[in-house]
Design a protein around this ligand. Sequence first.
Ligand code: PDD
Length: 279
Amino acid sequence: MTTVYINGDFKPLSEASVNVLDRGFTFGDGVYEVIPVFNRKIFRFDEHIQRLENSLKALYMDNPLTKDQWLNIFNQLVDASEALDQSIYLQITRGVTERDHDISLADSPTVFSMSRPIVKKDLSSGIKVITHEDIRWQYCDIKAITLLPSVILRHKAKEQGAKEAILIRDGYITEGAASNVFIIKGDTVFTPPKNRHVLSGITRDLLIEILSTNNINCLETPVEPEQLFDADEIWITSSTWEIVPVIDLDNKPVGQGFTGPMWEKANHFYQEFKKQYNN
Ligand code: PDD
């Protein structure tokens, strides 16, 4: 049985429900976070809460809970599951109002959180991706629940036997439909800088830190599609996928067409970093 948190209560998932006039349902008016739990320890809690604050602020919303209250809820959800590695989902919507665009009608947000086991698929031998025009809105730095473009992009990738779509906007790579993108040329790693069209990925930021600690040159710089197609290696990152090598881009091999040596190194350092969460 999965226990979830909804508006102050812990309940079995099957008993949790929300009002159909919830603005999350009628307008997609809310924000979310996905926070990984490794070896039953919450990973990068502070960073995820900071990003949540930023998303809320951008939507003119206050954080309904303190950091300690969030931690307490997450710990209870993690404790309620036996899985070692979990993925905490949290969602805050603007709450229940008449269906009216006016946000001043809303005075009580809906707060929902659950933790599910991370079902690890072994992606270490590399995945296939497609490229696609970035069809999302202009505020991709907000982790908004309104994810229809990403859902469609993932579906388009799936239709072509691929797992992710790497997005191109105004002649530059932005990110994946639900991941950040890194490319490697020689011994240098490149990733698009954070801006309105790139989510501030927690895995992305941590990987940059880890690469720097291990003296691997990583540049946050605009990346053009030509560089993507000419890359020796491509990686995508997210909290639940971690660092995944891309071996096929639009049906063409990336580099030699198999997982590259820089990925082996970066992934090794990342897994080493995670070990501090083993105690
Ligand atoms: N998505 N970019 C986008 C558009 C994303 O949706 C995500 C994560 C990332 C990676 O961010 P992080 O490293 O903090 O997970 C980048 C989550 C996992 C999701 O929507 O399920």
